[in-house]
Design a protein around this ligand. Structure first.
Ligand SMILES: NC(=O)c1ccc[n+]([C@@H]2O[C@H](COP(=O)([O-])OP(=O)(O)OC[C@H]3O[C@@H](n4cnc5c(N)ncnc54)[C@H](O)[C@@H]3O)[C@@H](O)[C@H]2O)c1
Length: 252
């Protein structure tokens, strides 16, 4: 029996990267998993992988920036997997790196919708199911870009720090029903990092990490997601967990 036997997870952005690694780690611990992901091909791949690990999966391709899709994702999770115990908002986007004067309203709002509004909409829609669960859990993803105030990451930093604030408020409001709400700030070797950052910069970043490497999406980040999702973390709430190999200079 795994640590998450028969728990049901809804995770966003699990087509690749940290979300995919987390889905794998959660499935290996016995969770059934609904995947809300914008890329229809990777959504199906990830769902198939969960099934090959012996768990049930629901593939839900769609854009998490939409309120209707957030609500539909929760509805389908419960309809097809019977319950919802663990909500993980991992999907993210950014309009790219530039000075704050260069962002248009539409670019800023798109980043805010995917990263922050989706966290709100998903928690709101999932609330009755999480409160009814014997061990309701919310895990949101934020970033050191926000806590450090990285130049040229205005939209992303603003949205991610909003997620941390929502996490703290929701943690208090969910507490009476035993639902925990935490944020993870990761540093991991994902497709997203490889796509957006040059190898030479990644090498420099690696050197700045005391443990000397970027995290592995499954074994370093996914396993910590399993911990937060499990009964072992029932007294952990309103926290930010830094999964960054000790790169503490960027913590807020
Ligand atoms: N990798 C890191 O070092 C790092 C550092 C700081 C924060 N983070 C955060 O960790 C999380 C995972 O990061 P990652 O590096 O694995 O990212 P990634 O880019 O590799 O994967 C993100 C996934 O989200 C999906 N997605 C994007 N927009 C979506 C939308 N509108 N609707 C549904 N799905 C959508 C993508 O298709 C992709 O599968 C993100 O929240 C990211 O901001 C990662």
């Amino acid at each position: 029996m795994g640590r998450l036997a028969d728990r049901v997870v809804l995770i966003t952005g699990a087509g690749r990267g940290i979300g995919r690694g987390s889905a794998r780690a959660l499935a290996k611990e016995g969770a059934d998993i609904a995947i809300a992901e914008i890329d229809p091909v990777t959504t199906k791949d990830a769902a198939r992988e969960v099934e090959t690990l012996g768990r049930r999966a629901v593939a839900m391709p769609g854009d998490i920036a939409s309120r209707e899709f957030c609500e539909e994702a929760v509805r389908r999770t419960v309809a097809e997997l019977g319950r919802l115990d663990i909500l993980i908002h991992n999907a993210a986007t950014t309009a790219g790196m530039k000075s704050f004067e260069e962002f248009t309203d539409d670019e800023f709002m798109r980043t805010f919708d995917v990263n922050a509004m989706a966290a709100f909409r998903l928690m709101r829609a999932a609330s009755p199911h999480l409160r009814a669960s014997p061990a309701g859990r919310v895990i949101n993803f934020a970033s050191a870009a926000g806590t450090a105030g990285n130049a040229r990451q205005f939209d992303y930093a603003a949205a991610k720090e909003s997620v941390r604030a929502m996490t703290r408020v929701a943690a208090r409001e969910f507490a009476k029903d035993g639902v925990t709400v935490n944020t993870i700030c990761p540093f991991a070797d994902s497709e997203g990092v490889r796509e957006n950052i040059d190898e030479s910069v990644i090498a420099m970043m690696r050197k700045s990490v005391p443990l000397g490497r970027l995290g592995d999406c499954e074994t370093d980040i996914g396993r910590a997601v399993v911990f937060l999702a499990s009964d072992d973390a029932s007294f952990v709430t309103s926290n930010t967990l830094w999964l960054d190999g000790g790169g503490g200079s960027t913590r807020g």
